[in-house]
Design a protein around this ligand. Structure first.
Ligand code: FAQ
Length: 306
């Protein structure tokens, strides 16, 4: 106990073999699993456009991005496994609705511009939230985050560049980009989680060095980053109350519809059912691959032992 507290106080890392309080372990498993589930469910909205990307170049870029997301899921399930849980058990909890994934992936991708809006806003929000997680007190999670953040920054830039091309294109393309931003803006702000006053985990996670900033702090940082970027894109953010507050040195912004957030978390968002049923089906259809990989690994291990 004393060694754990001293490590946290010295801002050093807790490693898998170190003693840690049960609640610390449980909270990390909860957060890392939710994060891993978000990465693999998050492949679906963009995958919807892989076969309809407007050029070979755009298709190759999108394919690489979606593959990166699968890779992020793997690093994160790996990080969760160092805490003594089994990947199969985590996936089962996702498939039976006992563990969450990010609310953002329950919204549909209606047009090609949505791929740009996801890159710019969803990956942008993800980076804002995840850069501080590179300093998380749990070593394997922090190290996974370093690599993930590098890849997310490429994802964010591809989204920005895609939206810029549309914004500077024909009138119809500009309107499509604006419509996508209008639909993704508010759900992106919800990604940061409930307001601090209603966030049950923040205080303890901050004390343990799992989280470095509160949900509201990161949400504000994201708004401040997006405003000048939207201007450069030639697009507007759909919030009439958004304005610079000289006194605070930050932007004020309008009220978030938390009832919508809670509805999505209860499974009643526009795409919750579709996302989970596709995930379950993909898992069932991939069973033979897992069996073949396990049989191959067992054969190699037996050969190495002989
Ligand atoms: N959606 O007390 P707090 C990506 C839950 S990025 C659903 O504030 P905490 C990249 C929360 O789990 C997206 N549930 O909780 C990508 C808790 O529920 P529980 C993933 C949410 O943990 C981009 C309850 O509400 N990123 O995938 C959400 O201190 C493009 C109370 O909340 C991460 O997971 C939400 N938005 O703070 C991929 C980052 N917000 O467990 C593909 C790591 C909150 O009590 C394409 N996670 N909840 O039943 C975190 O930083 C934190 O877990 C927060 C929540 C900030 C998300």
């Amino acid at each position: 106990m004393r060694a754990f507290e001293a490590t946290i106080a010295a801002d050093e890392r807790i490693e898998p073999r170190d003693w840690m309080p049960d609640e610390y372990r449980a909270s990390l498993i909860r957060q890392i699993a939710q994060h891993a589930h978000s990465e693999i469910i998050g492949m679906q909205p963009e995958a919807n456009w892989l076969t309809r990307a407007p050029s070979l170049r755009r298709k190759a870029i999108l394919l690489a991005k979606v593959q990166d997301e699968a890779g992020h899921g793997l690093y994160l399930y790996g990080a969760a496994e160092t805490l003594g849980v089994d990947r199969e058990e985590l996936l089962d909890k996702l498939h039976t609705g006992r563990q969450k994934y990010s609310s953002i992936f329950n919204y549909p991708t209606l047009t090609w511009a949505d791929v740009g809006a996801i890159g710019w806003l969803v990956d942008g929000a993800a980076i804002t939230n995840q850069v501080p997680l590179c300093r998380c007190s749990y070593g394997p999670y922090a190290r996974a985050m370093v690599r993930i953040c590098k890849e997310e920054s490429f994802h964010q830039r591809q989204g920005y560049e895609l939206l810029l091309a549309l914004s500077r294109g024909t009138e119809a393309q500009h309107a499509m980009a604006q419509d996508a931003v209008n639909r993704w803006w508010w759900p992106s702000l919800m990604m940061f989680g409930p307001p601090d006053a209603e966030s049950p985990h923040t205080a303890r996670s901050m004390a343990w060095g799992i989280k470095r900033h509160t949900n509201d702090e990161l949400r504000q940082r994201f708004v401040d980053i997006c405003v000048p970027q939207a201007e450069s894109l030639g697009l507007t953010l759909p919030d009439p109350d958004l304005r610079w507050n000289e006194e605070r040195g930050r932007h004020d912004f309008g009220a978030i519809d938390w009832e919508e957030f809670r509805r999505v978390l209860r499974g009643r968002g526009p795409c919750n059912e579709q996302r989970l049923s596709r995930r379950r089906r993909a898992h069932e259809e991939g069973a033979w691959v897992r069996e073949a990989a396990a049989a191959h690994a067992a054969k190699r291990a037996a050969r190495a032992a002989a």
